[in-house]
Write a protein that binds this ligand. Sequence first.
Ligand SMILES: *[C@@H]1O[C@H](CO)[C@@H](O)[C@H](O)[C@H]1NC(C)=O
Ligand SMILES: *[C@@H]1O[C@H](CO)[C@@H](O)[C@H](O)[C@H]1NC(C)=O
Length: 337
Amino acid sequence: MRPKKRHVLLLWMLVCSGMTEAIEPISTSIAVGMAAALTGFLASYQNIFYYFHECCRPEWISFNRTGLEADLERKLFGQHIASRIILKAVNGFMSNENPKKPLVLSLHGWTGTGKNFVSQLIAENIYKEGMDSSFVHVFTAELHFPHASHFETYKTQLQQWIKGNVTNCAHSMFIFDEMDKMQPGLIDSIKPYLDYYDKLDGVSYRKAIFIFLSNAGGESIIQTVLDFWKEGKDREELELRDLETQLSLSVFNTKKSGLWHTSLIDKNLVDFFVPFLPLEYRHVVQCAMAEMKARGVRPDHSVAEQVASDLVYFPKAERVFAVKGCKTLESKLDYYT
Ligand SMILES: *[C@@H]1O[C@H](CO)[C@@H](O)[C@H](O)[C@H]1NC(C)=O
Ligand SMILES: *[C@@H]1O[C@H](CO)[C@@H](O)[C@H](O)[C@H]1NC(C)=O
């Protein structure tokens, strides 16, 4: 490393960490001298460094409530229950200076109903860099934990990753995608971190956010929504309590849910089970309109309807819900526009 570069790196470390932790590896006398010499420089350039390098600081991490509310309202369709819970949960957690435990959300529902999308909206309204933030971590079974035989290694590794990242930044966010593909028990290895401890080995996990995504429970949600539909009731009248008990039971008892018989549920460490409802034709139309808008083309309702009517719907007889929700819409739109 060339001297100049090293300077910049050191400076960055000092600025980002508030000067104390980064000094430790260097001998104290050198550090004191350097720090003194740098103080003036730091004072004037600090803001510029905050500006260019992502740090674990409010300049880069701060919750925008109005932003999340607006995003959920304008960009997420057909999920009145999920919208409400997510906003309440994240807002409550982020405005609490002293949370007693990390926020743990478990999002459930059929493919394409918006689980990943919602995680992204949460990240974008907390981290300036959104999903690209170095404080947002996504784990998938296929990518991070592919081999059943390495179970023990994965458990240790996962613990180390979480611990390492939370040590770096208390406001870290961890998203576990495709929980249903994870080996039962793997997630139990991080249970202590989700619990009501003040500190574990000197690290506090209370400001972290954990989000689990899974299709598990999707079928029980669909059944409830379908029954509602058959009774001719308005979907918006569905409430969390209509779904919640059934949902947590089916998640707990489904072997392939990633949360099968997990003590996370036993011990009430999951703060919210969030159901995502299957999407109807009209929601797919809304998704298509929003997607056109996002692409900067004028939203064309007839195109949106055409795209939506070409999708496959279930159950076979009634054709109420889109099999893939809004998932394959982007490529479909390419074809029509
Ligand atoms: C919060 O989000 C709103 C709506 O997206 C936006 O107009 C506003 O500038 C954001 N505020 C901050 C501080 O980023
Ligand atoms: C943070 O998590 C990532 C996985 O997303 C891992 O590769 C990295 O080693 C972790 N960092 C620390 C300091 O443990």
